[in-house]
Design a protein around this ligand. Structure first.
Ligand code: FAD
Length: 206
């Protein structure tokens, strides 16, 4: 994936838009700042680490000939140094704490952007850790924190992995199937299912 901010010259406003071709997808969404969008590029061809200076060229290669406003977004790209590019990678660690150090957020349980819950789970981790530290010594608190949070992170990682394969279909047939599915899934009747799978329910007792 790669992303960077661009001025909203496209009238996209606060609407989130996905444009998909086999093997590549462009997404735009508002940042909350006036007239600013994030242009997000997802593609199946894992880039590995790409030096900052080469990122824009890499994107131009991968998205050559792509439709919609893709060429304009690439033309509006900022300095290569300001382009974020990385492989989408979940982090799974056998232990989240050692001695006096405990990890929270992406450092121990990165969900990736597919789950769209990385921020809330990072904050949840901080909250739960603080709660446990207020109640016990650090050894006990770290163990309780991990016991409470890990199952929630594992569940969200599993859901994200299931969905990741379908995020950017590799073929025209896959894309047609995704479009068809989207038409059904976006109906109200499917809302409870979507909420169960991707919903950011509170992990705290009600
Ligand atoms: C393109 C993209 C879109 C996303 N979309 C969403 C979304 O819609 N919803 C959602 O919930 N999540 C989303 N995420 C995931 C979300 O951004 C992360 O899960 C979240 O930021 C994790 O928070 P964190 O505090 O654990 O880590 P980070 O936000 O990565 O914070 C770590 C901080 O540590 C700093 N740092 C690193 N090394 C050092 C060092 N040696 N010394 C000092 N500081 C250091 C870094 O600069 C950074 O500021 C998205 C991620 C990406 C990449």
């Amino acid at each position: 994936m790669a992303c960077f901010p661009v001025p909203d010259r496209y009238g996209a406003g606060r609407v989130r838009t996905h444009y998909t071709e086999p093997g590549r997808q462009v997404v735009t969404y508002g940042t909350g700042r006036p007239d600013e969008l994030i242009a997000l590029f997802l593609f199946r061809d894992g880039p590995g680490p790409v030096p900052r200076a080469e990122r824009l060229d890499r994107l131009r290669d991968v998205f050559a000939g792509a439709g919609w406003i893709t060429p304009r977004l690439l033309a509006d790209a900022p300095e290569p140094n300001e382009i974020f590019m990385d492989a989408m990678t979940q982090i799974e660690l056998p232990a989240w704490h050692r001695d006096r150090v405990a990890l929270i957020g992406d450092a121990c349980g990165c969900l990736t952007l597919v789950s769209a819950q990385g921020v809330s789970m990072a904050m949840a981790g901080a909250y739960v850790l603080a709660e446990e530290l207020a109640a016990a010594d650090h050894r006990t608190a770290f163990a309780r924190y991990e016991r409470r949070l890990r199952p929630e992170v594992v569940r969200r990682q599993r859901n994200a992995r299931l969905f990741a394969g379908a995020l950017v279909p590799a073929t025209r047939t896959g894309l047609a199937a995704q479009n068809l599915m989207s038409r059904f899934v976006m109906r109200d009747a499917f809302a409870p299912l979507l909420r169960r799978r991707f919903g950011a329910d509170s992990i705290l007792p009600a």
